[in-house]
Design a protein around this ligand. Structure first.
Ligand SMILES: Cc1cc2nc3c(=O)[nH]c(=O)nc-3n(C[C@H](O)[C@H](O)[C@H](O)COP(=O)(O)O)c2cc1C
Length: 176
């Protein structure tokens, strides 16, 4: 069984998970820009990971446009986001990114990443500033939720929730 782990990572959280997963499985590791569709057939298992941006999985287009080739493979997708794992939020991400047919052919995992504004590009930092302003204005009208408070704190100091423990279920499924 030959496996490839492919990832798109803007600030390093997804990359860390991709590295851990590839080490654990003895799989080949590729940043998205070093992998192309002609390489798909070299592998039995394809694992793709991307950061979550407004609930969209970074780089997922590659999987979607090559879905017919990937259909015969064991296909595992993971996303890293800053919010804690919650079933309804994870289902929302699945439904936003994949059709029911695609969902039937892949297994999705959410691995909590972190938030690091110091590594973001200008545009993402700008979006974070808008989000901060919106949370602060909500805070004038009501008590902020723990997630909102956590988000504000993470904007001032980078937070990293990655843990090697989080990859256990994905690795076990890949080995099945
Ligand atoms: C503009 C923007 C939007 C984001 N949207 C989400 C989101 O919808 N859900 C979430 O959990 N995290 C969200 N995040 C946080 C990232 O998903 C998180 O930092 C992730 O671990 C980044 O992974 P990467 O560094 O590998 O790209 C967002 C971050 C930015 C900058």
């Amino acid at each position: 069984m030959k496996s490839a782990v492919i990832y798109s990572s803007k600030t390093g959280f997804t990359q860390k998970y991709a590295e851990w997963i590839s080490q654990e499985l003895g799989a080949d590791l590729f940043p998205m820009d070093k992998f192309d569709r002609s390489m798909i057939d070299n592998y039995d298992t394809i694992i793709y990971g991307g950061g979550l941006y407004a609930a969209g999985i970074n780089g997922i287009r590659f999987i979607k446009i090559n879905f017919s080739r990937l259909r015969s493979k064991k296909l595992i997708i993971f996303a890293s986001g800053s919010t804690p794992w919650r079933e309804n939020a994870v289902n929302k991400v699945k439904n936003k990114n994949f059709t029911p047919e695609e969902q039937a052919h892949l297994k999705f995992f959410y691995l909590r990443g972190g938030l690091n504004m110091t590594k973001m590009g200008m545009f993402d930092r700008f979006l974070m500033k808008l989000l901060r302003a919106s949370i602060l204005s909500k805070g004038k009208k009501r008590e902020l939720t723990p997630d909102e408070k956590g988000m504000l704190a993470a904007m001032d100091n980078p937070v990293d929730f990655t843990s090697k423990d989080n990859i256990k279920d994905l690795v076990a499924y890949a080995r099945e």
